[in-house]
Design a protein around this ligand. Structure first.
Ligand code: HEC
Length: 169
């Protein structure tokens, strides 16, 4: 190998080595940059979020918006059951769902469905007893919340339930 070739081989080797070092530096640099870039949001996910909050987050402006709002409110009002159990007057069912918790166990001093527990109360009559069940009653025995804690019970429903209870004595 001539002197000239040796020089060439050495310089070329150095060049290759230099390029390799440069390449490694680029790799490190690129991975550093990659760490700093935030992961891109999934557009599908964003779309679904927007869909979910639309009923609440929708902007209601102007007459169209007002009309849309009014319609929504009317719908909510008509579909919401305003009376418990769809207004059912089934005293037994209401008792078992609402009143039993106290009146079957005697919890909180509630008169149980036995005649002795009601002797002192009977002279109030069905109407009087119904009235105190509607208003709630704080007596010697304990406290009963208005309508047994179910404000959505109608007067008629409470009355039907009291009648059913008295029939069990
Ligand atoms: C949280 C417990 C509780 C629930 C639920 C409850 N009651 Fe009572 N109730 C009582 C207590 C306690 C008394 C007795 C209060 C007193 O006279 O000291 C009572 C008393 C009554 C009386 C007698 C009132 C009077 O004037 O003597 C009636 C009638 C009555 N409840 C009906 C009902 C009906 C109907 C329901 C279901 C819709 C119901 N209660 C649910 C606790 C409850």
């Amino acid at each position: 190998m001539s002197e000239h070739d040796k020089t060439f081989m050495r310089n070329f080797g150095l060049l290759i080595a230099g390029l390799m070092v440069f390449c490694v530096i680029l790799i490190i640099f690129a991975s550093k940059i990659n760490e700093q870039i935030l992961p891109t949001e999934n557009p599908e996910r964003e779309r679904r979020i927007a869909e979910r909050v639309a009923p609440v987050g929708g902007v209601y402006a102007g007459d169209t918006g007002r009309a849309a709002l009014a319609e929504q409110q009317a719908q909510a009002a008509s579909s919401a059951p305003t009376v418990a159990f769809d207004g059912s007057l089934d005293g037994e069912m209401i008792y078992n769902t609402v009143c039993m918790a106290c009146h079957t166990t005697g919890a909180a001093g509630a008169p149980m469905l036995v005649a002795e527990a009601w002797t002192g109360r009977m002279d109030k009559g069905v109407d009087g007893l119904t009235a105190s069940a509607i208003a709630g009653i704080q007596g010697e025995a304990g406290y009963m919340p208005p309508r047994g804690g179910r404000p959505d019970l109608s007067d008629e429903q409470v009355q039907a339930t009291v009648e059913w209870m008295l029939n069990q004595l």
